[in-house]
Design a protein around this ligand. Structure first.
Ligand code: S3P
Length: 427
């Protein structure tokens, strides 16, 4: 991994488009692979995580042509994947491993998932348990982490109440449910991103939704379709916060996904006093799109409730940076799930902010940040976590003096052109 230095000062100006939504991109490839016919995908994420899903699907016999952002997937039909000839490498991507575990639970062969050092530390029991209850054999290493070995086959539908708010687990169970007999229902403790439900509908599979319940009937065929993927709100959030905090900035972030299960960070920034104009843009397919027109403004501290967290889970690092430059104290409640991301992100955020001279402390699962007037230059470690790398870089841009982010290149997981795009819009 490569390091980056960043000199503080200046503002952001002009327009930017962020890469395609990472969550939607994984699902487009996976549902395309399970469909009958050829699906055309536009706007696919160029990040390394989505490339991991592509590699795994190709190893399962799926023909994919073209390169991100435009490609075509020749579907093999429900249950039509081929046994892989070696281990499936999900790289850094929890979404790849967890969603494909659900799919492979419904296939009558054995598959072994591996991943990088970070993924190999992440909890997999959360998907193994429901998939076992449906009839799959799933083996994990001693501490319930990867490698994940799945012997799939005849599955039966279940009703499953998720113990944690996780769109990945919800999606794994629904994808397994497509291959099961009867009906499969998931019940979430709090609403999480609903991209799987929306995209299944776009592929012609009825999903019955009622409050926090979603159900599918096994055996419903998927029909190939055209998928247009919006810009990733989680990537847009870095721009929105940076332009808000850098005095004199005027920036338009175009074509960003506006799915309400993903825009919680905009509501929090609005409460803090941010000046963000949301302009609905032309959407196609199952996802809404908007342009975000951002002018810099002063922010005040905010309280984020535990119930809001699933709707902004990936934006907590950059929101915490906003809190570090807001007046007064901010409190983010119920961040326990952040301990299980690409790094222990809760600890990583607190240590990053402290390095830049802000006050941040963890109390149980809460993060408390006290804003400062200016950040001091710092040398911080990305911990191999793309979202911490980009947060650290923006903190350096906002600080006085020259900062460094060690292992900054892991931004390629979700946003390969981030640093170049950023430099091009600095004024
Ligand atoms: C994702 C769900 C979230 C999120 C991750 C992507 C998805 O993870 O943090 O970046 O695409 O379903 P969890 O399901 O573990 O909360």
């Amino acid at each position: 991994m490569k390091d980056r230095t960043v000199a503080g000062g200046g503002r952001l100006e002009g327009e930017v488009r962020v890469p395609g939504d990472k969550s939607v991109s994984h699902r487009a490839l996976i549902l395309g692979a399970l469909a009958v016919g050829e699906s055309a995908i536009e706007g696919l994420s160029s990040g390394a995580d989505v490339a991991s899903t592509r590699t795994c699907l190709e190893a399962l016999g799926v023909e994919i042509s073209g390169e991100a952002p435009s490609l075509r997937v020749r579907g093999r039909g429900l249950g039509g994947l081929k046994a892989p000839s070696g281990p499936l490498d999900a790289g850094n991507s929890g979404t790849t491993m967890r969603l494909l575990s659900g799919v492979l639970a419904g296939h009558p062969f054995s598959s072994r998932f591996v991943g990088d050092e970070s993924l190999t530390r992440r909890p997999m029991k959360r998907v193994a348990e429901p998939l076992r209850a449906m009839g799959a054999t799933v083996a994990l290493s001693g501490d319930d982490t990867p490698p994940v070995v799945i012997a799939g086959g005849a599955l039966r539908g279940i009703e499953y109440a998720l113990p944690m708010a996780s769109a990945q687990v919800k999606s794994a169970v629904l994808l397994a449910g497509l291959h099961a007999t009867g009906e499969t229902t998931v019940i979430e403790p709090a609403a999480t991103r609903d991209h799987t439900e929306r995209m299944l509908t776009a592929f012609g599979v009825p999903v019955r939704m009622a409050g926090l319940r979603a159900s599918v009937t096994g055996g419903s065929p998927l029909k190939a379709t055209k998928v247009l993927i919006p810009g990733d709100p989680s990537s847009a959030a870095f721009w929105v916060v940076a332009a808000t905090l850098a005095a004199g900035s005027e920036l338009a972030v175009r074509g960003v996904g506006a799915n309400p299960t993903r825009t919680g960070y905009l509501a929090v920034l609005a409460r803090m006093g941010a000046d963000i104009h949301r302009e609905p843009a032309r959407g196609e397919g199952g996802e809404e799109i908007e342009d975000l027109i951002v002018s810099s403004s002063d922010l005040s501290g905010v309280s984020v409730s535990a119930g809001e967290v699933p709707g902004l889970i990936d934006e907590v690092p950059i929101l915490a940076l906003a809190a570090a430059l807001a007046s007064g104290e901010s409190r983010f409640h119920g961040l326990g799930e952040l301990r299980h991301k690409e790094s222990d992100r809760l600890k990583g955020i607190a240590s990053l902010l402290t390095s830049f001279g802000a006050e941040a402390r963890i109390e149980n699962d809460d993060l408390i940040v006290t804003g400062v007037k200016t950040l001091q230059a710092a040398k911080v470690d990305s911990l191999g976590d793309h979202r911490l790398a980009m947060t650290g870089y923006i903190a350096g841009f906002l600080a006085s003096g020259e900062s460094a982010v060690m292992g900054a290149s892991c931004a390629e997981i979700s946003y390969p052109t981030f640093y170049d795009d950023f430099i091009a819009r600095r004024a």
